[in-house]
Design a protein around this ligand. Structure first.
Ligand SMILES: Cc1ncc(COP(=O)(O)O)c(C=O)c1O
Length: 423
């Protein structure tokens, strides 16, 4: 661990800890609004200061001036692959192929389609897709949709948590689709162990890294993972709706077939052949024309994450989440807040969630007081701790504001009872 060696007891001690934090310089490279404690970087990361400059260059020079020549001259066409290589490095998957493209939902569809196809060729009797009951809904919805669409008798098997995985894995399982860090509780799955268990019964693995890429060290190669997907708008600070990624182990690249066989996945897209002939590498996981402005600006956040030592990020994340939990439990004991995130730091990602019976209104009041977290059903207050731009004093201030919101019952104000479409 890289954080303070003893529990911090005062705001001044937090300020001192921030002053000796080895990651402290990173904060200056992000536009963090003044007087705001932003604990929602696990939903939408903040703006890297270099991103507007890059956006301006892409829009004004590359689009405005170079126009269509940019596909070659400014290497727009190669961008998904170039950024994919950087992401592969970040997630410890240099031996595999990776492209930055589409959304996580779409990439789950492609990875699951390809994995089921591989299994169908060698083990057509395998009919189970295994996932977590509390997985992010899109993962479950995409599985459901593909099962319905393929109509080959696949079924979804759900486990409650990692403790149940050994019992649920058997030779009927074709593919597992699991999320490394649970979006609600923050529980962290052991990729290496679970991949090994899945392989022991002949199942393939797809890992959703949405809440872990950029938040902790990941070693897809070491884990011998098969497929992975993830987004770039959370801990990678890529911007709203920035393109996601899909990673495929080297052993499948030459022959994998993903269902969205569009022209960008063709071996020679500009030959304009009548028949689809997939590229025999990761490019076959591309489908169509990519959002170049979003891809280009996303690089700003990705480069910052690559510059940071992920072991330091993880150490600080553990120190900050531990501090957050300790402060809530020691300074707000009278309030009905129940921790739903694992207490063991090795078993959680980089966000902390508490149950409170009036969570939605409490979060609205907190936001009005300058502490931004978010609300998740049912009655969960979620706080994302992003070590590149959040410090110990921020955590102290956030907990003190939460104390005031609860002690003074600020959440009872009528304006905090309104539910907006995004929580
Ligand atoms: C774990 C997880 N998977 C998938 C998604 C959905 O990603 P997208 O909306 O980019 O397809 C999210 C979004 O927050 C997520 O948290």
């Amino acid at each position: 661990m890289t954080g303070p060696t003893h529990p911090l007891q005062s705001r001044q001690e937090c300020v001192t800890a921030d002053a000796s934090d080895p990651l402290r310089e990173f904060r200056r490279r992000f536009s963090v609004p003044e007087n705001l404690v932003y604990l929602d970087g696990n939903s939408l990361g903040v703006l890297p200061k270099s991103a507007p400059e890059r956006a301006k260059e892409i829009i004004e020079t590359e689009w405005g001036n170079d126009l269509i020549t940019s596909w070659n001259k400014n290497e727009w066409f190669a961008l998904p692959l170039r950024l994919g290589k950087k992401i592969a490095t970040l997630v410890g998957g240099d031996s595999g192929g990776c492209v930055a493209t589409d959304t996580t939902s779409i990439n789950i569809y492609k990875a699951l389609g390809a994995a089921l196809q591989i299994q169908a060729e060698h083990h057509p009797e395998r009919r189970v897709i295994l996932s977590e009951r509390d997985n992010f809904p899109t993962d479950l919805y995409i599985i459901e949709g593909l099962i319905r669409f393929l109509d080959r008798g696949y079924e979804l098997r759900l486990v409650d948590d990692e403790l149940c995985i050994e019992d649920a894995l058997d030779e009927d399982v074709a593919v597992t689709l699991l999320t490394q860090v649970n979006y609600r509780s923050g529980s962290l799955w052991d990729i290496q162990r679970v991949t090994r268990l899945a392989h022991e019964v002949g199942a393939l693995t797809i890992w959703d890294l949405c809440h872990s890429a950029g938040a902790l060290p990941i070693s897809l190669d070491k884990a011998d993972a098969d497929f992975a997907v993830g987004c770039t708008y959370k801990y990678l600070n890529g911007g709203p709706g920035s393109p996601a990624f899909i990673w495929v182990a080297e052993r499948y690249l030459a022959d994998a077939q993903q269902p969205l066989s569009g022209w960008w996945g063709h071996a020679r897209p500009f030959d304009m052949e009548t028949t689809y002939r997939p590229a025999r590498d990761i490019r076959s996981f591309l489908s169509g024309t990519q959002p170049i402005i979003s891809l280009g600006t996303m690089q700003a956040g990705l480069d910052l994450a690559l510059e940071a030592d992920m072991n330091l990020v993880r150490g600080k994340s553990i120190a900050l989440t531990t501090l957050f939990i300790e402060l809530v439990e020691t300074r707000l004991p009278a309030h009905p807040l129940t921790l739903i995130t694992p207490r063991d730091p090795e078993k959680r990602g980089s966000h902390v969630s508490f149950h409170h019976p009036n969570s939605h209104a409490v979060m609205q009041a907190l936001i009005a007081e300058g502490v931004v977290g978010d609300y998740r059903e049912p009655d969960v207050l979620r706080f994302g701790i992003t070590p590149l731009y959040i410090g110990y004093a921020d955590v102290w201030d956030a907990v003190e504001t939460l104390r005031r919101v609860l002690d003074e019952e600020l959440w009872r104000a009528p304006e905090h009872q309104v539910r907006h479409s995004v929580t």
